[in-house]
Design a protein around this ligand. Structure first.
Ligand SMILES: CC/C=C\C/C=C\C[C@@H](O)/C=C/C=C/C=C\[C@@H](O)CCCC(=O)O
Ligand SMILES: [Zn+2]
Length: 534
């Protein structure tokens, strides 16, 4: 938008206040409007936003770049009975029988992608003085139990990263169509209900979103080309938090799992090792960030920090550096070169060590990183022993495998086992899949991450029995991390291709606009949404 100034206002020093009257489109890509029938309780309609990376412009006229930060205030009027929540501090509400107006204020300057709103039939459960969870009435108690450790996670994050400055840390558990695991909207993290596993096994996502209260929300990437500064640091801090709350062995295992189960498949299977989107610093000229999005900035970025921690003297020294980095750049937006300059300044006495790091390859090289950190292997061993058992078994001995060693493992180890089986060539035989399912009750798992790995393993082996389950999985929730690989896998399998396309076409009018767009791309289906300008 250009504002042409009349000549009398063009004098230097003139201060001019511009008021923009605007309306949004019902098709704004940042919003999903849901009819009451689409909600869990079917009582009231529902609305939620997702502005990252460049969808804020579809609802608010703004400088839609992470390099510009502003405070905001909002007054939102909704039908009485509905609750409006925003990524800000509530200032109360007033209303009558028909409508209620909610007042919000975000006093900390934030980039536009962190503006967020949710409206629906919502109930709240307190977790601590500064933490609470919101959800639809039939979901809120389950969410409250699942996320009960939030205050402990926040306290642990403060030990690592410094004082929490945002006042409240609330969460809202959204409908299943929310396209991401979590979104770090300040004061109000958005969460997918696919985190409700019933055993708190997926709460590392809470640690991740809490970590963003520093990396991302305070120290922000100045453009999406340097997204690793947001996400690489956040993965690193997330794992530091889990290291403190569980064990250092667990942190090492999480980082190992990120390398083997996320980064390797992204480089070799989702992309190719020469693809531009496997770079840490990317060129987004004429690129929609939603298309470039993958786990590469998360895992390559986190691996770089893990590698530097080991090179520069270990955990304690690196944590002091981390605090200094976050304090130095708080409330700013920076790029990778500013990050590197600060690193060199902070570790001035270790310049020779830093000079041995090939930053050019880490930043600009395609494919896997130039170096692999040393990941502690203590929790990997159990996965490898069990993997060998399954690979060595044949039709006559597979029945001898018992379930104790599997159930003795942590859920993340179970996921690692399935991922290793999936990466194995040739694909696993059908009788073994049948035995795996019977022994570990994989089809009935409430852990959505485990289900993803299980279904991908079955599809790779072209086990027809899994098709209905896979279709049900992508139809019952809209998290891109789960839906995109499953849809892509099914599309490449001739007998499942049409079924996958039919499920998509039938469901797409009810899907989140980002999900509908991305899956259409994966299935090579034309999809007419309103193009976001970038
Ligand atoms: C290299 C890509 C550069 C920039 C893209 C930035 C944003 C793109 C966009 O598609 C939005 C992403 C929002 C992510 C929100 C939360 C994630 O951390 C969730 C990760 C996946 C999951 O757990 O479901
Ligand atoms: Zn993140």
């Amino acid at each position: 938008m250009s504002v042409y100034l009349p000549p009398q206002f063009q004098k230097a020093g003139t201060i001019l206040q511009v008021t923009v009257a605007y309306g949004t489109s019902p098709d704004a890509t940042a919003l999903q409007w849901m009819k009451k029938e689409q909600t869990a309780d079917k009582r009231m309609p529902y609305l939620f936003s997702q502005c990252q990376a460049i969808h804020a412009r579809s609802i608010v006229p703004c400088m839609d770049t992470p390099s510009v930060k502003s405070t905001y205030e909002a007054e939102v009027t909704v039908p009485t009975g509905m609750t409006c929540l925003m990524s800000a501090i509530g200032q109360g509400s007033k209303g009558d029988d028909d409508t209620t107006t909610f007042f919000y204020k975000q006093p900390v300057a934030i980039p536009s992608y962190l503006i967020a709103i949710v409206v629906g039939c919502l109930e709240k459960r307190d977790i601590s003085d500064r933490c609470a969870v919101w959800a639809e009435p039939s979901v809120v108690d389950k969410a409250h139990w699942e996320f009960a450790e939030t205050e402990d996670i926040l306290a642990s994050a403060e030990e690592i990263a410094g004082k929490y400055i945002w006042g409240r840390y609330d969460m809202v558990c959204l409908p299943p169509s929310f396209p991401f695991g979590g979104m770090e909207n300040p004061c109000l993290t958005f969460l997918t209900p696919t985190l409700i596993a019933g055993d708190r096994s997926l709460v590392s996502v809470i640690a991740h979103e809490i970590a963003h209260s520093w990396s991302g929300n305070l120290v922000t990437n100045s453009s999406w080309e340097h997204f690793w500064l947001n996400e690489g640091f956040t993965m690193f801090i997330e794992r530091k938090i889990c290291g403190r709350l569980v064990s250092e062995d667990y942190r090492q295992f999480m980082a190992f799992n990120g390398w083997t189960n996320s980064l390797i498949p992204a480089v070799y299977e989702q992309f190719t090792p020469t693809h531009q989107f496997t770079k840490l610093i990317q060129d987004h000229t004429n690129v929609d960030p939603d298309v470039a999005f993958s786990c590469v900035p998360y895992e390559k970025g986190s691996a770089l920090l893990f590698y530097l921690e080991q090179k520069l003297g270990g955990s304690e020294i690196f944590e002091a550096y981390l605090k200094d980095y976050l304090k130095t750049f708080a409330h700013q937006a920076i790029d990778s070169w500013q990050w590197k300059d600060h690193l060199y300044k902070y570790f001035a006495d270790q310049k020779e060590v830093l000079d041995t790091v090939n930053f050019d390859l880490w930043f600009n090289g395609v494919g896997m990183p130039p170096e692999k950190p040393n990941y502690g292997q203590s929790m990997v061993e159990a996965c490898e022993v069990l993997l060998k058992k399954w690979l060595a078994a044949d039709e006559s001995t597979v029945g001898d495998i018992t379930s104790e060693d599997y159930y003795a493992m942590q859920p993340l180890q179970q996921i690692e086992l399935l991922s290793q089986l999936w990466q194995h060539d040739p694909p696993i035989e059908h009788y073994k899949l049948d035995a795996l399912n019977k022994l570990y009750k994989l089809n009935d798992s409430q852990n959505s991450e485990l289900l993803l790995n299980w279904l991908r393993l079955c599809i790779k082996s072209k086990w027809e029995e899994c098709i209905p389950k896979a279709l049900d999985f992508v139809n019952s929730q809209g998290r891109l991390k789960f839906c995109r690989p499953i849809y892509r896998d099914l599309a490449q399998w001739p007998i499942a291709n049409k079924k996958a396309r039919d499920v998509y076409l039938k469901g797409r009018s009810q899907m989140h606009p980002i999900t509908a767009e991305m899956i259409a791309k994966d299935l090579h289906i034309r999809h007419s949404t309103h193009t976001v300008c970038f």
